[in-house]
Design a protein around this ligand. Structure first.
Ligand code: FUB
Length: 455
């Protein structure tokens, strides 16, 4: 009787712990994998490093509703800001600015497009494009500024947009000598110096020379490395936007086109990027319509690593699902955001095709089919594996680390299930530290996996 009580108490504590871990890690829906934000649509990412953290200022795509935005088109009424210390855990600070809080913005336009943020004079300056309600400011898009003492707001908008700036997608560069430059797009890419207060143009708008003369260019992002100025921009070379870059030794240009950063994809018409160095590594922030495969105006931010060649040129980036962060083994590891997979017997599908925002499942359906998810931090003492599965056939999963023929750390017997179930199994071996995780189906069965975690 005593033994029975101790066992059931242990089992009870085990489940309480599991529920607590699930609640903690489910709360944010912000992941280490691509896309990095799963609880809302985000696009046009402008990433900046402030005070040892990466701050992300994206556009916020929503779906138009009757009388609220134009159906079938971009629809954005506000901005959120996010931050991360490790590119794995992202904190959402909520809305920092919305169309109905800016005096000059047409609050029926739902067109708060790609923003940027910079730090100067002890304050944070948030630049954003939107159509003005008063035609005295010009037709189409104007660009406004909002100011905050903190990178995450609250931001107070200026009462009027910046004079003589008409266009979208602002980007601000402050050079080592302290001069600020504002870049924006209106068919071509424009640049002008900003005044010391960051709120007005100090020079006339100047069209940047040396860029493609055909195919839309927009979304300029400019940064400096080793005295070279890099201008990256989306450009429609064929049917959809690809990311290209140009280099110059002066922030005003002329720039010389140096190549393609990321190829176009047929699924998402737009792409827009920013580039940032964090803890010694360069990263490309960009977007794709991962969570909205049939409507490419609802996009999601992704991150991948970026590398320079010794001559300063940039290596082309192949988009990944795995992204860049390290994932703690005690988290729900979304193995469908894989690093590698077997050639056959495996597919990835939405958990709920009507609600893609719920994420994906991995379906293993042939013996020895496998999936590999890199950079899992196993810490220093784990005893159990949990796998959330659905299987009409049952099966056995073999869990390895490092590589497909690496050490086996668990064998999980999956029973036949009619609904999603979390299966717990003891680890056969434990490897501390950071390893790649491999999940393999041993027999010719069919097992769907939502996530894997350890405890
Ligand atoms: O997000 C709206 C617009 O789509 C941006 O301003 C463009 O760069 C494109 O991504």
């Amino acid at each position: 009787m005593k033994r029975y009580r101790t066992d059931s108490m242990r089992q009870f504590s085990f489940y309480v712990l599991l529920i607590m871990v699930s609640i903690i890690f489910e709360a944010g829906n912000l992941f280490a994998q691509n896309p990095i934000i799963m609880n809302q649509f985000t696009a046009d990412p402008s990433a900046k490093v402030f005070n040892g953290k990466v701050y992300l200022y994206p556009s916020h795509d929503i779906l138009a509703k009757p009388g609220k935005g134009r159906p079938g088109w971009f629809c954005m009424k506000d901005y959120h800001v996010f931050s991360s210390e490790n590119l794995t855990d992202w904190k959402d600070y909520g809305v920092i600015l919305s169309q109905n809080k800016v005096q000059w913005v047409d609050s029926t336009s739902y067109s708060m497009w790609a923003p940027d943020c910079t730090y100067s004079n002890g304050k944070y300056y948030f630049y954003f494009p939107a159509p003005a309600k008063n035609s005295a400011f010009g037709r189409g898009f104007s660009i406004g500024v909002a100011i905050s003492a903190k990178p995450y707001g609250p931001f107070t908008p200026q009462p009027e947009p910046i004079k003589d700036v008409h266009g979208i997608d602002p980007c601000v560069l402050i050079t080592k000598d302290g001069q600020a430059y504002l870049y924006w797009a209106q068919g071509e890419i424009y640049v002008a110096q900003l005044t010391k207060n960051m709120l007005e143009l100090a020079t006339k708008p100047h069209v940047i020379q040396g860029l493609p003369d055909k195919g839309l260019i927009e979304g300029p992002f400019v940064f400096e490395r080793k005295g070279i100025y890099y201008l990256t921009y989306p450009h429609v070379q064929e049917k959809t936007e690809r990311l290209e870059y140009a280099m110059a030794d002066n922030p005003m240009g002329p720039f010389k086109i140096r190549g393609v950063l990321m190829d176009a994809t047929p699924d998402c018409w737009t792409n827009q990027n920013s580039i940032v160095k964090f803890h010694g590594q360069w990263y490309l922030f960009y977007h794709h319509n991962d969570l909205s495969p049939h409507f490419d105006k609802n996009r999601s931010v992704r991150i991948d690593s970026l590398f320079f060649n010794s001559d300063g040129t940039i290596q082309k980036i192949t988009p990944t699902l795995r992204g860049v962060g390290t994932t703690d083994a005690i988290r729900k590891i979304q193995i469908d955001r894989y690093s590698r997979k077997s050639g056959q017997g495996i597919s990835i599908a939405f958990l709920d095709s009507l609600h893609p925002i719920k994420g994906w499942a991995t379906i293993l359906n042939a013996s020895n089919a496998w999936i590999q998810y890199n950079k899992v931090n196993f810490g220093d003492k784990l005893k159990w594996i949990n796998v959330k599965v659905l299987s009409k056939t049952g099966g056995v999963l073999q869990i390895r680390v490092d590589q497909i023929n690496g050490p086996i750390i668990a064998r999980v017997k999956i029973p036949t299930t009619n609904s999603w179930k979390v299966i717990h199994s003891p680890l056969l071996a434990f490897q501390s530290g950071i390893h790649n995780l491999i999940v393999q189906l041993i027999d010719n069965k069919n097992v769907e996996i939502d996530w894997v975690s350890f405890q």
